[in-house]
Design a protein. Structure first.
Length: 166
């Protein structure tokens, strides 16, 4: 009997939690626009979508969390340094509050970035995870997790070796 009462209580509690993903649905469209800015590239639109007080987890080794100016610098680096960029097989998911595990309107995405270095013509393919929090229609918190250093090394120019002496 006690298991029946406990099961009923759990079911009623679970059913009473709101499952409103309206905020996520709005914010995922903003996050998709940010991703598209890297593919097109469109730096001005990107700039308009990022909040001036953004806190961003950089994918660059040793950078940690960076501010607006660093986000803009990283965006320019990728948008100006690479061509034929695409974000393939995206899996968009709602983010959740870390304590309640209830959807909080934030956005997560997994996918694969592909493209080519403008300088060397070498191509890259790197799996990535990104998260976005949105405030007043702009990205206020975000993070990139992928092997940025490996990607840059993969498309770097081949080392020049001195000609063998005769």
């Amino acid at each position: 009997m006690k298991y029946l009462v406990l099961s009923l209580a759990v079911m009623l509690t679970a059913c009473s939690q709101p499952d409103d993903l309206a905020l996520y649905k709005t914010n995922v469209e903003i996050a998709k626009k940010v991703i598209t800015c890297y593919e097109t590239p469109d730096f001005e639109t990107f700039k308009s979508l990022v909040h001036k007080d953004v806190e961003h987890q950089s994918p660059m080794y040793g950078q940690g969390k960076v501010d607006y100016e660093s986000v803009m610098g990283q965006a320019k680096f990728y948008m100006e340094g690479f061509t034929n960029v695409s974000f393939e097989n995206p899996v968009w998911l709602p983010g959740v509050d870390e304590k309640t595990l209830v959807a909080d309107g934030s956005v997560r995405v997994y996918g694969t970035w592909k493209g080519e270095s403008r300088e060397t013509g070498k191509s890259f393919s790197v799996d990535a995870y990104h998260y976005f929090a949105v405030q007043d229609g702009q990205i206020s918190m975000s993070g990139d997790y992928f092997d940025a250093t490996g990607m840059v090394l993969a498309v770097s120019a081949d080392p020049v070796t001195p000609a063998e002496e005769e």
